[in-house]
Design a protein around this ligand. Structure first.
Ligand code: 0RA
Length: 687
């Protein structure tokens, strides 16, 4: 509390507020794990994005500093530094210390705001061991620094700049006392989010620069590890810039990159409520059907926040789409009127088969509902989006009759396939192929029949299946080995998917059924664990299984039943420790961790021999689960008392689905590269 000046009532309130945040960080940022850590970055960047949405900022640069700090710089107007009339302190200090002040302390500044998960930068400040704000405004450069939310002095003028040079730079160091689990930000999580933000804010340029030290090159270990297949061979500073002048149209084109469009032009439009409306809102939509895709992929956003659980904007859009296409089909007499198909009707799902769409709304008072607070609840948005979409899609259909007919024809095909699939499913059901009475032969069942206590490990290949069978606790752990490439579920309808033996085994073992027949209460295990090798094939098959679950067994993910096991990548034994000195072996789950463990042993913090002996450190790399003996697999990965597993969230599943759609094109090389560069990311899937 080195700040000069008196501490009046406001100060006490402020300190109490920050104290509350430090006491219960989870209440403000959800968790103190990796998710909460990333939340800090979103919070700061979203403030700059707000400035961009107000049309006042065109570039944001995010820098991951070598010392663990995160720097977010924008070229907006700069947070005002003049004295706030009631708070008797600079506006900057109010933003950084008063809960919920955010960038919106001056309500007129923004019509809409994305910082809506929106706890405000003051929360970031409270949870940072240090934070420095630098503002360029009115020809001057200002600076103020904080320690755990407490200002270290008033705002200081530290230099001059050109009158038109403005912007805000916030640099913060997440507090190790708060984020005890990890301080490591995931490159892939950050780039995914920033790419999305850039798509949603056309013209905004977002750059991410990673200055963190890369894994140490020479460790002097006895066996220098060859690079993993997913390891960047040139660990230079990573940097990427996202900017999409086409906004949502570019987003749709990106998502459909590996597909064949049914119509070349992306259908897109924007609409806003009338000037002076009580409930001002804007909607932006882009959509395109693909000829060779059989599922729908609708992504919705409210104030740039991904509304994974949908909500009123999605409902309004779907209703309009079904209405317009159905009316067009009827008016143009495109539906069969004779023969055994004369009663064929198009459902919304038929119409959305092969559709990729983005619906983005902006509004001033978004209500977020649902399990993960990612479902938009404002009812007026439903009719606003519906009316706007109705009109604009109808006009596009009238102006593009050829394309419109192709779209309707695709829907008719889908309706036929839906009826055929129902018959196929009935048949499959009659044959009992998906019944739990008919458990797959490859399943090594557990003894307990109490679903809430049991787990099933889905493992890849027979040899991994063998070790995990020996490793497991057969009372509560079942093993289902599945073979290699199960099936490309991207380009197949459910009916076709169900013919696949590996998929059948999976469904039967889980017990819930799929699609319309899904019944969560029939789940035979409450933990469904994917246990795959930490390599490209493992990542591939995990993505396949996740995508299948996302599309056809979604409630399984929503219920939190799906997990990813975390087998270690390395076993490290200190000098002198023999291979079988089990207690002394340390395990590492990433290259960085491997290096940290080795450094620790070298510095004598680990299990040295006490004589300063710098002998050889033993390093084993597990190329696959098959290389671990059963006891080791149990100890590191399967033992409920010791293992760490990632619970798959809808976010992860949606991302896997998206990744999958992009991957499954004909471009095999591009696909391989994508999997390789993302394989590492599975470790952060809970973010
Ligand atoms: C309120 C008013 C004004 C700017 C901002 C907030 C602002 C906040 C942030 C947070 C990160 N970057 C930001 N950039 C700007 C300016 C009002 C005016 O100049 O008229």
């Amino acid at each position: 509390m080195s700040q000069s000046g008196d501490y009046g009532a406001e100060n006490i309130t402020v300190l109490e507020g920050l104290e509350a945040v430090r006491k219960r960080p989870g209440m403000y940022i959800g968790s103190t794990g990796p998710r909460g850590l990333h939340h800090l970055v979103w919070e700061v960047v979203d403030n700059s994005v707000d400035e961009a949405m107000a049309g006042r900022c065109s570039r944001i640069e995010v820098r991951l500093l070598a010392d663990g700090g995160i720097q977010v710089a924008d070229d907006g107007r700069g947070i005002p530094v003049d004295e706030h009339p009631t708070m008797k302190r600079s506006a900057l200090e109010v933003v950084l210390t008063v809960l919920h002040a955010g960038g919106k302390f001056d309500n007129k500044s923004y019509a809409v705001s994305g910082g809506l998960h929106g706890v405000g930068v003051s929360v970031v400040n409270a949870l940072s061991s240090q934070l420095i704000a630098e503002i360029k405004r009115d020809g001057k450069r200002y600076r103020q620094s904080y320690v755990r939310g407490v200002p270290q002095g008033p705002v200081a003028t530290i230099g001059e700049v050109a009158e038109d040079d403005t912007g805000t730079t916030i640099t913060f160091w997440p507090d190790a006392q708060v984020f005890t689990e990890t301080l490591e930000l995931s490159w892939d999580t950050l780039t995914t989010r920033f790419r999305e933000t850039a798509f949603l804010t056309a013209g905004l340029e977002i750059t991410l620069i990673d200055e963190r030290p890369q894994p140490l090159p020479d460790l002097g270990v006895d066996a220098a590890p060859e690079p993993l297949p997913d390891e960047d061979p040139d660990p230079a500073v990573r940097q990427v810039t996202f900017r999409f002048d086409g906004g949502l149209r570019d987003f749709v084109t990106h998502l459909n990159a590996s597909k064949s469009p049914l119509h070349s032009e992306v259908l897109s439009f924007t609409a806003s409520t009338d000037e002076g409306s009580d409930e001002p809102a804007e909607v932006e939509v882009a959509l395109q059907w693909s000829a060779d895709s059989y599922h729908e992929s609708i992504h919705t956003f409210a104030n740039t926040i991904n509304t994974h659980e949908g909500g009123t904007h999605e409902e309004g859009f779907k209703k309009a789409l079904t209405g317009v296409v159905t009316r067009f089909a009827n008016d143009q007499k495109l539906l069969p009127t004779t023969g055994k198909e004369k009663d064929l009707k198009l459902t919304g799902e038929d119409i959305r088969e092969g559709l990729t769409a983005i619906v983005s709304v902006k509004l001033s008072d978004p209500q977020f509902e649902g399990q993960t607070k990612t479902k938009l609840g404002n009812t007026y948005i439903r009719s606003f989006v519906e009316v706007a979409s109705n009109e604009r899609i109808r006009v596009w259909f009238e102006e593009h009759p050829g394309e419109a007919k192709a779209i309707v024809n695709k829907a008719v095909h889908s309706a036929r396939a839906r009826l055929a699939a129902r018959q196929a499913r009935d048949l499959t059901r009659r044959k009992g192929l998906l019944d739990s009475g008919n458990l797959p032969v490859k399943l090594a069942e557990c003894r307990s029949k109490d679903a809430s206590a049991t787990e099933i490990f889905i493992v890849e290949g027979d040899s991994a299946g063998g070790s995990s069978k020996m490793a497991r606790d057969s009372e509560i752990q079942a093993i289902l080995p599945i073979r290699g490439k199960i099936l490309n579920v991207e380009k197949a309808r459910l009916g076709k998917v169900l013919e696949n033996k590996e998929i059948q085994a999976l469904i039967t073992a889980i017990g819930t059924g799929v699609g319309e027949d899904f019944d969560l209460s029939k789940a035979r295990y409450h933990k469904i664990v994917m246990l795959m090798d930490a390599d490209v094939d493992g990542a591939h098959i995990r993505t396949l299984v996740l995508t299948f679950a996302f599309r056809h067994m979604r409630q399984l993910i929503e219920a939190g039943y799906v997990y990813i096991a975390q087998p270690p990548l390395y076993a490290i034994s200190p000098p002198g420790a023999r291979e079988r000195d089990k207690d002394k072996i340390r395990y590492a789950y990433s290259d960085r961790e491997r290096d940290a463990v080795i450094a620790q042993i070298r510095n004598g913090n680990g299990n040295g021999d006490g004589n300063g002996n710098q002998g050889k450190i033993g390093l084993r790399r597990f190329k696959g689960l098959g290389e671990m003996d059963p006891e080791e697999l149990w100890r590191t990965t399967m033992d409920p008392q010791r293992r760490v597993m990632l619970q798959v969230t809808m976010d992860d599943a949606a991302r896997a689905d998206e990744m999958f759609s992009i991957l499954m094109g004909e471009d095999v090389e591009g696909r391989r590269n994508f999997i390789v560069s993302n394989a590492r990311d599975v470790r952060y899937l809970d973010v």
